[in-house]
Design a protein around this ligand. Sequence first.
Ligand code: GDP
Length: 480
Amino acid sequence: ETITVQELANRMAARVPDVVKSLMKLGVMATATQSIDADTAEIVVEEFGHKSKRVSEGDVEIGLEGVVDADADMRTRPPVVTIMGHVDHGKTSLLDALRSTSVAAGEAGGITQHIGAYQVTLPSGERMTFIDTPGHEAFTAMRARGAQVTDIVVLVVAADDGVMPQTIEAIRHAKAANVPIIVAINKIDRPDANPTRVRSELLQYDIAVEEMGGETQDVEVSALKREGLDRLQEAILLQAEILDLKANPDRSAEGAVIESRLDRGRGPVATILVQKGTLKQGDIVVAGTEQGRVRAMLDEHGKPVTSAGPSVPVEILGMSGVPSAGEAFVVVEDEGRAREIAEFRQRRLRETNAVAGAAARGTLDQMLARIQAGEQKEVALLIKADVQGSAEAIQALVTKLGNDEVRVRVLLAAVGQITESDVQLAKASDAIVVGFNVRANAQARALSNRDGVDIRYFSIIYQVADDIEKLVKGKLAPVH
Ligand code: GDP
């Protein structure tokens, strides 16, 4: 009644690590050679967008029609953009200004509604999608749930203020997610604007704009005066072209939940971003532990639509409950199947929660298992130390500890106590936090316990090296 992870991956023509990751999302820990039960296999198969069929009790057959997307079926899709930057540097103003450039905004006539994301259609017909929740908190929270929705980050830096703490955090989050950055130097209308200073300050954070000999695009804008918006949009389209973003629109839909809420009159309302395929009214969807038939779909103008293709955000009505932001959604064959998957996930969730402290042990144990199974090629670390010298020394030391199988990647080496933002970043990147002569503050501790992020404290440098070396070899003992 079982199938090995390897076999399942083979049948789906998927990579083993991707299957392992998908299993982990279901709360199932398994390596390539381990077996999983047919129920679990079916859900994974569904998650990968395949149709599955039980040929005999326990054996799962995977139908591949229209699911492994053939190159010939792939079409260019609009880029999905998140705006990040320091508070008051103009993120909200820029989102509003960009929204007003859409030719669709006028023709809809209606008031634009906040649904968590919106699409801009340029006069040329080209489109781009903006996530309407600025800042890196939402971005990181989504990533922590496994959703990678953002293709491009627009980093807003006020020309009169320069690089500030949240600018630096945004850079780190974007880099950790391997998402390319376009710099929007905002407020150039201000008399004290100094864009050159912004460009040179960014160099310290490994962002070299073209004028500084680098490859990051930068655009001077004024969200207030609505200047430079066309050039920013050109930069986004150019970056999208480089990324060669494609999806198959002619298949059942998959995507991520952007926002959700319980509406008094309409019940659960979820904004979802379609990432693959086309979502149609009447489709049956599962998102996290919730499911339902799409009763109605609305765009950002509150206008009913009957279908939504790749990179299109829509509000959907008809879910059984309110799914969490960042949760994946997938269209399934029928209501029975949808309920089955949702119930299975609810059961898993209860089981996972029931195992006391499971979350706290989760990340590291899973990481070690993956390393031992040869499925993890990289160990990510976030280093916080009391002085810059120590942070740099540890970074240099641990980077050398990687071997042919596992590389060590330092996401961040900085001075100061371990904060919530550090834990969020670690969670989203599957990283371990190394504290050297510093501690985590109360919020960070609470979050790390909840999310199972491993924080390790040290006061002797060679002990850091010792531990990380063991980790790279898959032999580190958990601290608990
Ligand atoms: P956020 O916190 O990053 O979302 O920033 P906001 O969009 O709320 O903008 C903060 C302040 O900066 C507001 O008072 C805006 O009116 C102002 N602001 C935003 N963009 C510009 C701009 O291009 N020029 C000027 N002069 N002020 C701006």
